[in-house]
Design a protein around this ligand. Sequence first.
Ligand code: C2O
Length: 549
Amino acid sequence: AATVETSFHVKNLTVNRLCQNQVIMAVNGSLPGPTLRVKEGDTVVVHVFNKSPYNLTIHWHGVFQRLTQWADGPEFVTQCPIRPGGNYTYMFNLTGQVGTLWWHAHSQWLRATVHGALIIRPREGQKYPFVKPYREDTIMLGEWWNADPNDVESAALATGAVPNISDAYTINGWPGDMSNSTCRSNITYRLDVVPGRTYLLRIINAALNTQFFFKIANHNFTVVAVDAAYTNPFPTDVVVVGPGQTTDVLLTANQSPGLYYMAANPYANAVGVSFNGNTTTGVLAYSNATQTTPAILPVLPDFNDTATAFTFSSNLTALVSSPFWSPVPQTVDENMFITIGMGLEACGSNQTCGGIFGQRMAASMNNNSFVLPTRMSLLEAYFRNVSGVYTTDFPDRPPVVFDYTNVNNSFNQSLNLLMTSKVTNLKKIKFNSTVQIVLQNTALLGIENHPMHLHGFNFYVLAQGFGNYDPANDTRKFNMVNPQERNTLGVPVGGWAVIRFRANNPGVWFIHCHLEVHLPWGLGTAFLVENGGTPESTLPPPPADFPQC
Ligand code: C2O
């Protein structure tokens, strides 16, 4: 195995999108940022230099960080931010997973433009469990703001209001030629293909607040991996991908010579959530095409087509012949039931707040709105045994149990049900325990599919469905044989999902909604996985250049 070493210089870059120049934060002068290409088993060393005016951390989304917990990156969870002018070296190993991951800033809303792909190919002597692609290409879906995304976040947090939405969706940084009625971009992402060849497309959703449907006109895909875990081949004409998720598909150029549109549109079944109404496009171009502009747009599902989203996500299964597969733990040590959803925080009596009911917007897990510390990271407080930074009383159950799915955003709930507690409480877990979590979506305010992301682990998705989770019937639906493994799962709108994992990685691991707007509102918590009894199961000390608060 090799060591792949590189530097990230994070600084201002002026780019032109939607007919205007905009200063963005970018890594090494590019949007999306540089792609890291490694083989399974390699070690990655990235020297990050923060030349931006903002606090910064980088997260390696989906990397387990075994014995490199200090390199995980979420701000105030594992580390203090790299201050402007500072630097920090992230070093970690990539063993046990092949496919597509990505990296992104994990501080304020910087990840809007500070992100890139992390591609893991099989190690020497190993092959893909599918036809060797002629070429591999990365498709990063994103969002574009005609404003500084950090300002968008700050403005919303100042009054407790819902933030502005993005001005365009993007494919590899380009809005595409239907992106905006007044200002279309004629520079679009273009994927050149040779007729008859098969390509591996690595589709990454790097958007802050948008889940996407992605299609290519007249073409079908075969899904072969999600979140860097192999799946059984799954044929589909549409890919559904939430923020944080990746989907690897095979695409064969088997249509008549021509230029075809690829396109992405939002998926969300959320009352009161608005979208900018634009479709982002790119071009699939056959080498023997005679046209110069694409003619056919794919027919994308409607923004509230939950049936299509559910069909896609609930039919994926793991490839158990993968060298990285391990069977589902049959017993459960920690059984949790966690409600996830929106809520409110009281507006101060002499303040004016822009949220629903004149309160401040909040979001929670088991009615707890997670507040990040500012004095030191949770991981450091745990390691150094510093008290007063967090508690370990995250509840295994919500405070009240009711029909979470039938209230349907009627906005007439008693304010009590909606009010969350602002706390920094973790769940302590013994090393190597098996953990099962029922994630139950609530629909008190807004009915949404929440893409829930767990740091430090992949989890098995045992089952998912609509309505209230019913243990008597729904346990029978568990797939214990070949459930898909993921690090991010869209918990169905007005529904639930059951995930399971083995806590074999000591450290403090964030679990949160990957819709960026829900993070400052508190939709997260962290698992404190205690040390095991061996050096390989013990949290090492932080590196010498570890940033201080
Ligand atoms: Cu991709 Cu905690 O994030």
